[in-house]
Every structure is written in C-alpha cells, then in structure tokens.
Write a protein that binds this ligand. Structure first.
Ligand SMILES: [Mn+2]
Length: 378
C-alpha cells in the first residue's frame, strides 16, 4: 500500500498539447491545466468488503465519464476522490456502484487539499526523502547561498548531524532592494554541487515565474516564500511542474488563505505540496514574527498535506529557535526547517537567527527525544 500521491490530473488524460518550456532531469515537467477551474470534488468511500474488481470498475467508469479519480488505500477502506466540472459530477449516480458505502461532496472551499479528499495523511517525496510519515524530517542550511566553501561546509555538517534536506536561497526576497538579493544561477549551481558532495536533496525558493525553468533544473523541491503565498500566477506555474513545492504561509495570511493557495497548486495537477508555518505578524515586537503553532494541529486535521514548521523565521532570534523547534515537533509537525550558518557574523542575510552547526547538532538530539516521546522518530 502506498500513500504517495498519484496525480489525478495526470497528462495522460488528453487535455491538449504540451507546454513548450521544460522537462528537466529533476522531473520538472509541464502538464496542461485542468479544463475547468470550477471543479467539484466528490468522495467515494468503499465498503470494507469491496473487491479489487469493484474498485477498478469504479475508477474505470469515472475515467470513461471524462472525470478524474484519486485513489487512496487505507487499512479497511478505499477512498476515491472524484474531480470534474460540477454539473458533470453531480449528474453521475456514484452511489449506485457495487462496493460503495457512501458518496459525499467536499463542501469546503478547498477541495483537493481537504483531508477528506484522501482520508489519510499524504507523503511527499523530496528527492528520495519522504515527508509526512512517522519520521520527522529535518531541513537545514543557510538563509542564502554565498560561496562554495560556505555551502559545502554547512551541507556536510548538517548532513552529519542528521538533516535530510539542504536548504539555501539563491533568489532572495528581501524587504529592502539594497539588501543582498542572492547569487541567482550561480547559487543554484553551488547547491547542486553541495548535493553531489553530500547526497542531500535541495530545497530553494523560486520568486518569479520567469526564473521557474531555471530553478527547476536544479531544485528537488521548490519553495514559494511567504511574500509570494498569494502570487497566484506563480502558484499555477509551480502547479504545472511535477516537483514538490513547499508553500510558506504569508505573514498576514489566515490558515484558510494558506489552504486556498495550496489548492491553486493541486488544481493544476501537482499534488506534491508541503505547507509551512513560518510565523505571522502580530502586535508583538520582542520577536521577529509570532510562530503560530496553532496552525499545526489545525492543518493536520484540515488537510492531508504534510506540515513543515520554520521556527527560525518564526521567532527570528537564535537563542530561542531550539525551544520553538521542539515545540513544533510536539505539536505534530512532519518536518522542521532550520537556518544554520558556520559564520553567522559574516552571513549576508539572517545572521542573527541562524544556529551554528554545533548548536544544530545539539538540537537534533533533543528533537529526537521529543519525537520519540510522541511516537515518532527522527
Ligand atoms: Mn532567511
């Protein structure tokens, strides 16, 4: 049984011609958008005694009708998500199939990201690392990629300490246009070199649709930053790739806003989405942001997508990052992203909030303790 996401809007559903720009070695390939934005999701839950033939028959019929099916297999039951134009879905007698126990429309404004749509948590694979299972996955690395020595040294130390994914910004969204903006393509190349050296898959931010093709050539996971959470044209474009996407919550966005933004990505056919809580802006001034850990259990209940917490940006002060990382694991986060720098005083961005490699290694041991206490592992 696999809980990995298959893609119900896969290109084999004959939706027209391929887009011109891109296939890369990293699986960033464009497929075509779904025919209608007004999709309805209907959830079919099968009976515990439903046979494999009955399930195959249901899926085949859904395809015959020009609708799409997403099959999730649980211990006792199979959940089949049906997607298509509302008028078309409603007229089909989905409850008439042998083996069906219930048919329910997803009434929430978000459909494909809703927990009910799969009826179980999803795993998303970043490179060869599954996020969303029993293991709490650590992502770490510098805020910005600065030079070869820096990124290689940090990648090696975080890998040795137990991180499974390397982060690093090549395109940096900065509050000031006069601040360091990132190395761009050279930064991506350095990340790829660090991946070769360490075997760690890489996550890096894409800020603009015009850079997407380039970033896709290098990244194992695309990051859409907090400031771009409602950049809908960017969301649609990353939704047309097949790379995993980590979507960060905007600093003034509600949990529902985050889910609706994720829906944009899934509606384009890319189900490989991670949601990231990274702190919201409140009246508080003692910390950079307010890390909203409420979002973790709420998201885990509302969506099947894995949840990442970024305590570094959430609190913004090195000394307090470990406490919030531990709290995030306790709250149920599937992954923790932490900024680490080997010489924070020289960092071109966010030096005041990144951990030193030794501090990170120390934190990993404590995260393991919390993970085990709540029945998870590292
Ligand atoms: Mn940063």
């Amino acid at each position: 049984m696999s809980t990995f996401l298959s893609n119900p809007l896969a290109p084999d559903t004959k939706l027209g011609s391929a887009r011109p720009w891109s296939t890369s070695q990293n699986g960033c390939e464009l497929v075509n958008p779904p025919q209608t934005a007004e999709a309805l999701a209907m959830i079919i839950i099968t009976r515990p005694d439903a046979t494999e033939e009955q399930i195959e028959h249901i899926v085949a019929r859904i395809h015959d009708w020009g609708l799409r099916a997403e099959v999730s297999r649980g211990e006792m039951r199979v959940v089949i998500g049906v997607i298509g134009p509302e008028d078309k879905v409603r007229e089909k007698p989905l409850g008439a199939f042998p083996g069906v126990e219930s048919v329910t429309p997803v009434l929430k404004p978000y459909k494909l990201v809703a927990y009910e749509f799969r009826g179980m948590p999803s795993k998303v694979k970043v490179g060869n690392v599954p996020v969303g299972g029993k293991e709490v996955v650590l992502m770490a690395g510098p805020c910005s990629v600065e030079n070869e020595d820096q990124i290689i040294a940090i990648a090696q130390s975080i890998g040795k300490a137990g991180a499974k994914i390397l982060r690093g910004g090549a395109f940096k969204p900065r509050t000031s246009p006069y601040s360091f903006q990132g190395l761009g393509k050279a930064g991506l190349q350095l990340l790829a070199e660090a991946r070769r050296e360490t075997g760690l898959p890489i996550i890096t931010e894409v800020m603009d649709t015009k850079d997407l093709d380039l970033v896709c050539e290098y990244a194992d996971c695309l990051q859409v930053g907090a400031r771009n959470m409602q950049n809908f044209s960017l969301l649609r474009e990353v939704g047309r790739t097949r790379l995993p996407v980590m979507l960060k919550r905007g600093m003034a966005a509600s949990i529902k806003d985050l889910l609706m933004s994720a829906e944009y990505i899934l509606s384009e056919g890319n189900f490989n989405v991670l949601l990231c809580e990274r702190g919201i802006r409140t009246f508080e001034t003692m910390t950079r942001n307010t890390l909203d850990l409420n979002a973790v259990p709420v998201l885990k209940a509302e969506t099947h997508l894995p949840v990442v917490v970024d305590p570094t940006h959430g609190i913004g002060i090195r000394q307090f990052v470990p406490a919030m990382a531990l709290a995030a694991v306790a709250a149920g986060a599937d992954s923790i992203m932490i900024e680490v720098h080997n010489a924070p005083e020289l960092a071109k961005s966010d030096g005041e909030q990144c951990l030193l490699p030794g501090e990170f290694a120390d934190l990993v041991g404590r995260i393991r303790g919390v993970a085990e206490a709540i029945g998870r592992e590292l």
